[in-house]
Design a protein around this ligand. Structure first.
Ligand code: GLA
Length: 741
């Protein structure tokens, strides 16, 4: 069991072959953080790591001990107004107005396995031996609040999971104003802060900045995890690269408002915290009630950024995603959105589907516009029954016809929203989020349904069930196209208004759970104006997410490169679309569009009836290629090689588990004249194997390709030599087959 408790020193050592995480109960009963990083030997005590030193001006917990200052101790669960001058991870307003807390160690339990978190998404185990769990029970004896610090460490993964459960054992109502899921105090701050920033159509661009004194944070208060910042925070040692060096990665398995921050104090220690955003959270905890925080995940890597990513990828694929699709190669789909927008009818869709089938597509997805009166984005959200003028035989009739072609059928929904112009809004204007006597902002002409109200969730479930029960639907794209603004629920009491953002997300999770339970075979793809709710919480319900509305190949290189920092390729929706590209008006070669889209779930988002014969032939080959290699791409080990955020080019590769097959992709954004010599230093190959690269005679040793590199110099350095495809937006794939010597 990789959790040891040394009772003589009251020290916990959580470890596996890769990492150690060491805590200690201090003399005042608080929990100190002693070490977190690469695995170190166990010993009876690690007290040498406890730095207690009298500092001028410090506030100290004991009169006779000027060295014992909470301001300087590295802590696991810092509470408000306790003498610790950094940001707390818990803040509770008590009935007398006090926010002073003093959580003292009571006892703990250690056990095999990892329990589920009630009502919340979380990583899980399939066998008890996969993880060990430690619950440390702390108690504030003035307000009778129990805090259970929940830690699980995975046996075979460099991952620690952390969450907090609060139980009100007293007689007063306690108002939770802040509860971080994880707090970690590091002894120094010599790190770069890595995050994934963005906006609509340019999601998850990697940003690396040095840590500095004060607070650096990323957050969302939009009601969803958002495309502005993803709930991911990395701390990278200055000398760490994609391939080597130390990096810590943090994320939150949650889809609502979050705050992830690093607070660097004047002694250069760094306090990391991640959890629900306190600004939009205020939760009255009644006597005998409890509250469960979302799960935070911490990954330690001594193999650079790729090490962090690969650990998250494997964890998400194997122990966060669920259902029959989690480890199955994903169907190659065609989605009609960019092909038709709202302008379609059954006849048009059937023609598109027939052509899609001839190209080798496996799943046809009918996007927005299929329900009553929906001819633009100004109306009808909420009225989830088919528009008979467009689809005379309904979704059921259309679905059956598509299935009879040998295709699977998928459907778009946006269940959390309603248009003012809709039957639903007419009947239930009080079912939207908004305060009486105040105006409500619209986003894409729509309001947000009050998913904190169970009646609303149940009603939407009832409508969806009618469609999904009748029609042969194997895939659902669940969209969410606006952020929450005037968040007020008329269903809840005034003192409960601070709970609505969280209850809203719990409502979303409940609807997902009900649908998954009823339709376990359906493959869900989550979406929020592209990738504005691409987070680990969603992956628990929907194993793939539409990465971005931006389908331009050059932009997608950056978006997918950044997204891969946290998310596995099997979770990234990626499609080939028509040119000129609808978001940018840019033309990129069809092959480049496919070479980028292969590195995800893969599909097409265009009107196949507009393709010429040469394009159709090319697409057939692309689909054949993807069918052959999708398992490797979606479930192999992914390495980022060259960053498009640093250069005019990008490279990445995937390697099979047995290291016998690998695909290397190289992209150059703009053509360069008389360009430099170039090599790609490959990763993850077996150094002692030889590899044949398709299309090349020569055999290469694995070590040669990794350390001497694969020469990738541009053959064309003058106009006389330009091949058709070697202009701007060039892509090259190298397929490697290894054999033992
Ligand atoms: C959002 C999605 C798109 C498409 C449209 C339909 O923008 O991101 O992929 O489904 O909605 O309205």
């Amino acid at each position: 069991m990789p959790i040891i408790y040394h009772s003589s020193s009251r020290t916990f050592h959580l470890y596996n072959a890769r990492m150690s995480y060491i805590l200690k109960v201090l003399k005042n009963g608080h929990i100190a953080q002693l070490y977190c990083g690469k695995k170190i030997h166990d010993r009876e005590d690690f007290d040498a790591l406890l730095e207690l030193e009298p500092k001028p001006m410090s506030v100290c917990a004991y009169k006779e001990d000027p060295a014992f200052s909470l301001e300087h101790i590295k802590r696991e669960f810092p509470s408000a107004l306790s003498g610790d001058m950094r940001m707390p991870s818990i803040d509770v307003r008590q009935e007398n107005g006090s926010r002073i807390l003093n959580f003292v160690y009571q006892d703990h339990v250690i056990f095999s396995g990892k329990p589920a978190l009630e009502g919340l998404p979380a990583t899980y185990v399939e066998r008890e031996e996969e993880a060990s769990t430690l619950h440390i029970h702390l108690y504030d004896e003035v307000c009778h609040l129990k805090a259970i610090l929940q830690y699980s460490i995975f046996e075979e993964r460099s991952v620690l999971s952390r969450s907090v459960r609060l139980e009100n054992e007293g007689e007063q109502t306690l108002v939770l104003e802040r509860l971080a899921s994880l707090n970690l105090d590091l002894p120094d701050s010599d790190y770069d802060f890595v995050d994934l920033k963005g906006a609509w159509a340019r999601e998850r661009h990697i940003l690396v900045q040095p840590l500095h004194p004060g607070i650096q944070s990323i957050y969302s208060i939009r009601g969803h995890s958002s495309n502005n910042f993803n709930p991911f925070l990395g701390l990278k040692r200055k000398n760490a690269t994609e391939a080597a060096g130390e990096m810590l990665g943090f994320t939150l398995v949650y889809s609502g408002n979050f705050l992830a921050q690093v607070d660097v104090d004047v002694y250069d220690t760094a306090r990391i915290s991640i959890g629900m955003h306190p600004f939009t959270f205020s939760w009255p905890l009644l006597p005998s009630n409890h509250f469960q925080s979302p799960e935070a995940l911490f990954v330690y890597s001594d193999q650079g950024m790729n090490g962090v990513s690969q650990t998250f990828h494997k964890l998400f694929r194997e122990r966060l995603c669920r259902g029959p699709w989690k480890s199955k190669a994903r169907p190659i789909l065609m989605n009609n959105w960019e092909g038709t927008y709202f302008d379609f009818d059954e006849d048009k869709i059937l023609k598109m589907a027939k052509e899609a089938k001839a190209l080798g597509v496996e799943l046809f997805v009918l996007d927005d516009g299929w329900f009553e009166g929906r001819n633009s984005d100004t109306s009808s959200l909420g009225d989830w029954w088919p528009d008979r003028t467009k689809l005379p035989e309904g979704i059921d009739g259309l679905g059956k016809k598509i299935e009879s072609m040998g295709l699977r059928f998928g459907l778009w929904i946006e269940p959390e929203m309603v248009n003012e112009k809709s039957e639903l809004y007419e009947k239930h204007p009080d079912w939207v989020l908004g305060a009486p006597e105040r105006s409500m902002s619209q986003g894409r002409h729509q309001y947000v349904l009050d998913f904190s109200n169970p009646e609303v969730v149940d009603y939407i479930f009832g409508l969806l069930v009618k469609v999904l029960d009748e029609a042969p639907i194997s895939y659902v794209k669940w969209d969410m196209n606006r952020s929450l603004s005037e968040v007020y629920s008329s269903r809840h009491r005034p003192e409960e208004q601070g709970t609505i953002y969280h209850r809203y997300i719990l409502g979303v999770y409940r609807l997902y759970s009900m649908l998954i339970e009823r339709y376990p075979h359906i493959l869900f793809e989550s979406c929020a104006s592209g990738g504005a709710r691409f987070d680990p919480g969603m992956l628990y319900y929907a194993p793939q997410t539409w990465t971005s509305d931006d389908t331009d190949a050059a932009e997608r290189i950056k978006i997918q490169y950044g997204t891969s920092v946290l998310y596995p390729l099997c979770s990234m929706g990626s499609h080939v679309s028509a040119i000129p590209n609808h978001q940018l008006n840019r033309n990129t070669p069809l092959q480049t569009r496919a070479d980028v889209a292969y590195f995800g779930t893969f599909g097409y988002e265009l009107d196949p009836l507009k393709l010429d014969d040469a394009e159709k032939e090319a697409i057939k080959k692309q689909i054949e290629f993807m069918k052959k290699y999708r398992e490797l791409i979606q479930f192999g080990t992914f390495y980022r090689l060259v960053s498009p955020f640093e250069k005019n080019e990008c490279a990445w590769m995937v390697v099979s588990d047995d290291r016998n097959t690998a695909i290397v992709a190289y992209y150059r954004i703009l053509q360069e004249v008389n360009s430099k010599y170039r090599r790609l230093y490959l990763q993850g190959l077996d150094p002692s194997k030889v590899y044949q690269i398709e299309g090349k005679e020569r055999l290469y040793y694995g070590d040669e390709l990794m350390y001497a590199g694969l020469v990738n110099t541009d053959a064309s350095c003058g106009e006389h030599n330009l091949k058709a495809q070697e202009g701007d937006f060039l892509s090259r794939l190298y397929i490697l087959h290894g054999k033992d010597l």
